[in-house]
Write a protein that binds this ligand. Sequence first.
Ligand SMILES: Cc1cc2nc3c(=O)[nH]c(=O)nc-3n(C[C@H](O)[C@H](O)[C@H](O)COP(=O)(O)OP(=O)(O)OC[C@H]3O[C@@H](n4cnc5c(N)ncnc54)[C@H](O)[C@@H]3O)c2cc1C
Length: 393
Amino acid sequence: MKCVAILGGGPAGSFAAAQLASAGLSVRLFDEKLAWEKPCGGGLTYKAYSQYPFLLDNPTPKREVRETVLAAPNAGEVTLKLDEPLLIYSRFDLNRLLLERAERAGAQIEKARVLSMARSAFGWQLRTSAGTASADFCIVATGARNPLRDVGTQLHAEDTMSALGYYVPGTQARIDIQFLPHLEGYIWVFPRCGHLSVGICGKGEAAGSLRRRLELYMTQHDISWKDATFYSHLLPSLDASSWRGNRVSGDGWIAVGDAAGLVDPITGEGLYYAMRSGDLAARTILEDACAPAGLPAAYRALLRGDFAGDLEFGSRLAKRVFLGRFLLGSVPARMVQFTRRSPRFAAIIQDLFSGKQPYLGLKRRLLRNLNGSLYDIGMSVGFSRMVPRKDPA
Ligand SMILES: Cc1cc2nc3c(=O)[nH]c(=O)nc-3n(C[C@H](O)[C@H](O)[C@H](O)COP(=O)(O)OP(=O)(O)OC[C@H]3O[C@@H](n4cnc5c(N)ncnc54)[C@H](O)[C@@H]3O)c2cc1C
């Protein structure tokens, strides 16, 4: 294999390009926009920057957020301190950082839209807005709205969330997360460099209805959307039944990032999985380049062993997390209450946020800590009853 074409230069494509080019392969990356402000929170978890430290150690502007406020109906709110901060980038800056890294490694970066791809005995023929190109192998990194119908994940309605919101002037130190009644999704207020991103994601609900929920929240929290910029995009959120047949690779191609549906079905985190799948795709190609027929299966196995198995398990939990009931209350309400009352439970939620706690193994850890958490809760309830409340002066 001599030449690899990468279709799409978001985090997934540019990461794969850097790895392949630095190993000496000839890499051509095509993106119709190159660096751009894709609708996205731009939040990177500890899981991402601990594995790829250059994401932390670079001069590109970014925010470090160390506090999240979780709120749910009938449960109030709780402040969760983040021992491992969340990094927040502008997507323009993050994309540019990753594209420049790929270019420095030797990849040829081209601003062009890929219009079609055709397979022949000699490899791929691509038609782009700038002309034609040929390649021995293709990496499909065209995102959630992948226009290339024959390659990448086939997203059905049950495999997606709508995500929409406003960029609002303002600043705050924390992230706000608000759970809502009867919604498989949530509202966020994200402090970004220079503005707030106030948005909502939800599964199985029309975008118009999500927008009304968001605007009601903004009204209640005194956040004006007048003169704010509106954004909306699609978020892959694969149904539990879709993972097995998920089309992540085929004859002569591998899909990465959103184009392969690789997004956390509960949180919507996709940046880490985009970069990680780009890394795994590159590894598969470099290790198995002499036997291209085995590449699709090798990539599927590597992906599953690395993180796709965990995301698949997450998709089985998603409905229970947002819509389930526990001890006569909703799961989000119990989560907020338990986080407030039990340091042990709060530590688990914090590890979920940072990515230290995978979904596989979560139940075991919750059960192992159940007695301790209930003890914490009992103590905090009992203690607050024993201490007489001070009357406000
Ligand atoms: C509202 C919202 C908030 C989010 N917040 C977060 C967050 O805080 N943290 C997080 O981890 N994840 C977040 N995500 C998810 C994250 O944005 C995606 O998972 C991530 O961008 C996926 O990267 P990617 O490279 O696979 O795709 P993309 O970033 O979508 O990149 C695809 C690239 O392909 C190019 N392209 C498409 N078609 C063609 C074509 N035919 N020819 C040439 N180029 C093409 C596009 O121009 C684009 O640059 C959020 C998503 C949404 C919608």
